[in-house]
Each structure stands twice: as structure tokens, then as C-alpha cells.
Design a binder for this molecule. Structure first.
Ligand code: FES
Length: 66
């Protein structure tokens, strides 16, 4: 399954990039594109990437709070 059809980025690759960016000092959607080695084109996937990043950040915050 592709998250970003324009760049052919699959869910597993995007999830790995999101996980890496979530642990960085400045996590944002543009950093996820950069981690995947692509640039946004139509931008339709930005909402999905932002949701994945929010989920990763809230998970890491929950772990940190324990
Ligand atoms: S689907 Fe990702 S830039 Fe178009």
C-alpha cells in the first residue's frame, strides 16, 4: 500500500521515516519527506503523514511519561 502515490512511497518505508523523524529534534511533515528522499508533489499525502507523525509523537510521549 502506498502512502504517497506521486513518489511511490510505501507504508512500511513511510512508517520507518516517521519513526526516525519523530525521534529527531524538529519533527514535521517536510522532514518525513526528506527522510524518504522525496519532495512533495500534489500534497494529498500530507494529511496522512501528519496523522502518522502525530500518532508516533503521542506514543513516544506516553512512553516517556511512564
Ligand atoms: S501523494 Fe504524496 S505528493 Fe502526491
Amino acid at each position: 500500500m502506498y502512502v504517497c502515490n506521486c513518489n511511490g512511497v510505501r507504508m512500511r518505508d513511510m512508517a520507518a521515516a516517521v519513526g526516525s523523524v519523530a525521534q529527531s529534534g524538529a519533527p514535521d511533515v517536510d522532514a518525513v519527506y526528506e527522510a524518504c528522499g522525496v519532495t512533495p508533489k500534489c500534497g494529498r499525502c500530507k494529511v496522512d503523514i501528519a496523522r502518522m507523525l502525530d500518532d508516533a509523537l503521542s506514543t513516544s510521549c506516553a512512553i516517556a511519561a511512564e
